[in-house]
Design a protein around this ligand. Structure first.
Ligand code: FES
Length: 130
């Protein structure tokens, strides 16, 4: 093994220098994100989907009460993708370490005062029915 123990160097040693060439079948492309409009169409109640808004990575979620929200797709704890997490009631749960965020305000349940940028796109369908 070479002295350079970085992952990139180890992969190059194991697979050859071509492993990261743009046309290499071993290279994983970052999955393309949906627009907010596409994500809203694909997002069911109690689900969260990665999207992009003007170049910014966001997550679109539909909360338990039907409210549709968009939030920054980065957990303030350690940068996990909130879109990899799940919706529990009206909270967004980060899949990496389980931190929870209020889906309406972005407020972190574990660290008062800490929040993710969060915007309500449309209010709950349930609330408008009553
Ligand atoms: S990165 Fe989200 S809880 Fe740790």
């Amino acid at each position: 093994m070479s002295k350079d123990s970085s992952i990139r160097a180890q992969l190059s040693e194991l697979l050859g220098e071509e492993w990261n060439a743009p046309d290499s079948p071993l290279r994983r492309e970052k999955p393309k994100r949906l627009t907010i409009y596409q994500a809203l169409k694909a997002c069911d109640r109690l689900s969260i989907i990665a999207a992009v808004d003007k170049g910014r990575e966001v997550a679109v979620a539909v909360l338990a009460d039907g409210t549709k929200v968009v939030l920054t797709d980065a957990c303030p704890h350690d940068g996990g993708l909130l879109s990899d997490g799940f919706v529990e009631g009206n909270r967004i749960v980060c899949a990496r370490h389980g931190w929870e965020f209020d889906g309406l305000t972005g407020e972190c349940a574990h660290k008062p005062g800490l929040r993710v940028a969060c915007e309500v796109l449309s209010k709950s369908e349930d609330a408008t029915e009553s």
